[in-house]
Design a binder for this molecule. Structure first.
Ligand code: SAH
Length: 237
């Protein structure tokens, strides 16, 4: 099944130039064909092609269905890796698994202090389509960790770090089913002691992801998976 994306479909039932080209030129869709379009905000639109124009493919909406979305928000705030491919890989895979929001963090030991979010947004959109979802994760601009930590958040807050001598609980043991979750993942050089202390001061629980020392993008993806698995297990208990 192929899904198209049109964020403005409710107001303007038409595919974007890129998706029009894909539908009409590449897939050879014609007037009268049925296609599914998502708005990125949780709705599937079952449509019929009204005019198979290769740049402005017009649609007639037949019905709208709401996505079955997980009940808890999954928000990962991650220090982007020096190598861009790795953080892009994370966004693609996390979107497939179920991510609601991604905030790139600027930390004391960050090797990457800038990030072009436009490309990351495109990757998130294509991962959403590929995994047949109707919601695209919110992608924030790079944010300084200190500003971010001070932001209010209504849910569970965790900071994952690798300082073995500091007290940490296991993330999988701490997650409560049904609650929104926010996890902070640090750069290649980890968080500074000061960043961890500030997070704890603001209600973040310091956590371990297990004995293995993971790369930033692996730790971030493992956290997303853990949140879903724990919720699935607890919600079906
Ligand atoms: N340079 C550090 C490793 C940093 S790994 C060291 O030598 O120990 C990068 C980030 O991944 C960390 O900041 C942390 O957020 C996360 N991470 C990786 N493995 C982890 C684990 N086992 N427990 C908790 N966090 C982990």
């Amino acid at each position: 099944m192929i899904i198209f994306y049109s964020p403005d479909i409710a107001a303007c039932p038409e595919l974007s130039e890129e998706d029009s080209g894909h539908a009409v030129r590449v897939l050879r869709h014609q007037e009268g064909d049925e296609i599914t379009v998502v708005d990125g905000c949780g709705s599937f639109y079952n449509c019929v092609i009204a005019a198979a124009h290769p740049k402005h493919c017009a649609l007639q909406v037949k019905s709208v269905e709401a996505e079955q979305h997980w009940a808890y928000g999954v928000h990962l705030a991650v220090a982007p890796t020096k190598n861009l491919d790795r953080i892009e890989w994370f966004v693609e895979k996390a979107t497939e698994m179920g991510l609601d929001r991604f905030t790139p963090l600027k930390c004391r030991f960050s090797e990457r202090k800038e990030l072009k979010t436009e490309r990351i947004r495109k990757i998130a959109v294509s991962a959403m389509k590929q995994s047949l979802k109707a919601t695209v994760p919110q992608i924030d601009e790079m944010t300084d960790i200190k500003t971010f930590i001070c932001e209010p958040f209504d849910g569970q807050k965790f900071i994952a770090h690798c300082m073995k001598d500091e007290p940490r609980k296991l993330l999988s043991h701490e997650i409560k089913a049904g609650a929104a979750v926010r996890v902070l993942i640090g750069p290649e050089g980890d968080f500074s002691q000061e960043e961890v202390a500030l997070a704890i001061e603001h209600g973040y629980v310091p956590v371990s992801l297990g004995e293995q020392r993971l790369r930033t993008e692996t730790a971030a993806l493992a956290s997303v998976h853990t949140i879903h698995v724990v919720n699935e297990l607890k919600l079906t208990e």
